[in-house]
Design a protein around this ligand. Sequence first.
Ligand code: IPD
Ligand code: CA
Length: 303
Amino acid sequence: MTSTINLQDILAFAITLARQAGAKIKHGSATRFEASTGVDEKKNAVDLVTETDQAVEAFVKQEISTRFPHHSFIGEESHAAGEKHILSDDPTWIVDPIDGTTNFVHGFPFSCISIGFTVGGEPVVGVVYNPFLDQLYSGAKGHGSFLNETTRLPLVAPAPSLPSLSRALLGIEWGSDRSPEVMSNKLKSFDNLIGQGEGKAMVRGVRSLGSAALNFCAVASGQLDMYWEIGCWEWDVAAGIVIALEAGGRVFGSKKSDLSAECSAELVTGRKYLIIRGIPEGKEGQVALAKEFYEHVVEWDQL
Ligand code: IPD
Ligand code: CA
């Protein structure tokens, strides 16, 4: 199926769309304290949505359906409005209009639009654009991934070695599920990763950018060595998966899955993600690091 679809056309369209959407996000940010614009809560007080999220998704959805009327569409705000979303084999656009909505609301400049495109459930094109820093990450299967269309990722090549978890800078997130069960599993995992002593990895450091898509791009760039999160949705990760894979990274799902398996639709929709950057030790080295990582974390099933 991919052979009948011109990925470069899809990529060029997605880049233009991301820049147009980015201008709307910036405008939304500049006017976010005006009386008519509000912040609403979704599942709880830390799961936010703004009028800009909804307006940007409506715009992007309209542009896609005009240009590609036969393609499917999955978007975070369409899902929130009750639209069914099932990732099928059809060519499908998967969009988060603003990833990092909390950052957007607070003016912390790490929000982006994330536009992914899948065929047969596999992400094959991804564009992530942070309009506040004017950083556009893009990738297409077999064509590499880039920052601002010209700088190939990772930013430093050849990528430096990563012999063990203890040498890593990790991306982790607090997420919006603050239930006691999830927090206890998360804190136990974070302690095992960060702490010193028996059974602890004592990684070099952890960072939380507040946007899953930008965490993926930081791993693709080589600025983070790994990123782990449970609870993201496909719109948070579809674009980032392509960008990370095309930069030599590897994406893993649950610790119970086959770690040598390639990226699949199950992984995209599986809500559990571990991404490891490209390393000179190659796939075996990445699988070994994933095993070491999984020894230190507790998994849970995200509702
Ligand atoms: C969230 C952000 C956050 C991550 C959550 C996502 P949103 O997306 O990416 O960093 O921890 O899992 O749901 O709500 O800002 O689009
Ligand atoms: Ca969002």
